[in-house]
Design a protein around this ligand. Structure first.
Ligand SMILES: *Cc1c(COP(=O)(O)O)cnc(C)c1O
Length: 430
């Protein structure tokens, strides 16, 4: 496989775009090598500018549950384009998409559309703070909620629960209200409630974490979060930007019985167009401008093209709920195949699946939180990633990412990927 054209394109991009990319993970820093520059997507495949074809298990990091260039979604977008790209005024497509979401999610009476997952979470946190009139909130190490200031937080010094900035440019004054807890560890959450001086507005969690590899929360843990929130008058925010319409039609809420107060959505909701959303019950959403005083706005929010793509995709999902069982079966077959390939060469691996999401770690112990995830053999993953790419399998370029199966990812593609994993692992351990 030759990457000549991508190598040149990467150098050219590097001259005019920091790192040559518009989102850091795309630069392949943690696995090495040159990121293939993409010419087009076709169903379950990606084709790069050198003409290499790959089975795509990234699917634009989640959004493309029907695969690349789905004809019905493409048609809906083309129809909408003809009427103009943006109006900055309400359209009925927004109401249609909102109605579907309200129908589907028990915890959502009203929903506001934005342009990204980052924006959805940033706005949800503001809503929770405005509604409870408290500044502090709790987040979990290893969960990613976009790149807004108060969410770019890492553990501070010693045993402090208050976060410190994880990026230069984020003032410590903005992260001191973010308390950090350990995923699946309820004692660490109780400590945050104790340490908060001015009261906790909310807990934000990926109920199925997908940004430290795939690490689902235990049901009992989610229940205890719900109880702690109720006890303290705090809101529970489920960040389902990734898991929504992925783990099940209604994300973690189709798997767990725990009900959040605020839900954030993104990725699949725009089917590849930039869309995010956040929703809650009527009382909470009434706090939002213009109904209430909590400000939030967007020139391109509810963009008619993006809404048309989201609507076409959501209507297909609602009409075909059985796809989740098929996707889960394929994802399970894939990771079982990977695991068997690893077993055959005595490489430890743990795996997990939720609907169309899959994860695997080169690790010999179950992963319940970020600390566990850090113990995976990411050096081996980097080499495995490169071998798989050479064999035409495009995996997420970090051991802390989740993989995605699309409706267009066929059983044959799964078997091909398993064969590639067998060969790759044999070569790496020979
Ligand atoms: C991707 C993601 C975000 C951020 O969404 P962007 O559209 O990249 O801004 C937020 N939360 C979770 C759980 C995500 O997976």
């Amino acid at each position: 496989m030759s990457y000549n054209k991508s190598e040149i394109a990467f150098k050219e991009a590097y001259e005019v775009i920091p790192g040559g990319v518009d989102s850091p993970v795309r630069a392949f820093s943690s696995v090495g090598g040159t990121p293939p520059f993409i010419a087009k997507g076709e169903g379950g495949h990606l084709v790069d500018i050198d003409g290499n074809q790959y089975i795509d298990f990234v699917q634009s990091w989640g959004p493309l549950i029907f695969g690349h260039a789905d004809q019905e979604i493409e048609q809906a977008v083309m129809d909408a384009v003809k009427n103009g790209l943006s109006f900055g005024a309400p359209t009925q497509t927004e109401t249609k998409l909102a109605t579907h979401i309200v129908d589907m999610f028990e915890s959502i009476d009203k929903v506001r559309f934005v342009n990204s997952g980052t924006e959805a979470v940033m706005s949800a946190i503001r809503l929770a703070r405005g509604y409870t009139k408290r500044d502090d909130f709790i987040k979990f190490t290893g969960c990613y909620h976009g790149h807004s200031d108060s969410l770019l937080v890492q553990a501070g010094s010693g045993m402090a629960t208050f976060g410190s900035p994880s990026s230069p440019g984020v003032p410590a004054d903005l992260t001191k209200h973010t308390l950090l807890a350990t995923y699946n560890d309820i004692e660490s959450v109780k400590k945050c409630f104790n340490d908060s001086e001015n009261g906790v507005s909310s807990i934000i969690i990926e109920p199925i974490a997908g940004n430290m590899g795939l690490v689902p929360a235990d049901e009992a843990f989610l229940q205890e979060l719900r109880e702690l929130c109720d006890e303290h008058g705090a809101l529970l925010i489920f960040d389902e930007v990734m898991s929504g319409f992925r783990a099940s039609l209604i994300g973690a809420q189709g798997i767990s019985s725990v009900k959040p107060d605020i839900v954030t959505l993104g990725k699949v909701i725009g089917a590849g167009m930039p869309v995010g959303a956040f929703g809650a019950n009527k009382a909470i959403m009434a706090g939002l401008s213009p109904e209430g005083p909590i400000y939030q706005a967007g020139t391109l929010s509810g963009n008619p093209i993006a809404m048309a793509a989201g609507l076409a995709s959501l209507e297909k999902l609602k009409a075909n709920p059985e796809i989740y069982a098929t996707l889960e079966k394929r994802a399970t077959r894939l990771v079982e195949g990977f695991k068997a390939a690893a077993d055959a060469v005595n490489v430890p691996m743990v795996t997990d699946v939720r609907g169309s999401m899959f994860g695997f770690f080169f690790s010999d112990k179950p992963v319940k939180n970020f600390e566990d995830a850090l113990e995976n053999n990411s050096e081996l993953f980097g080499k495995f990633h490169g071998k798989m790419l050479e064999k035409g399998v495009y995996l997420a370029c970090s051991s802390f990412e989740t993989g995605f199966i699309s409706v267009a990812t066929s059983d044959e593609m799964i078997e091909e990927a398993i064969r590639a994993a067998q060969e790759s692992l044999k070569e790496l351990t020979a």
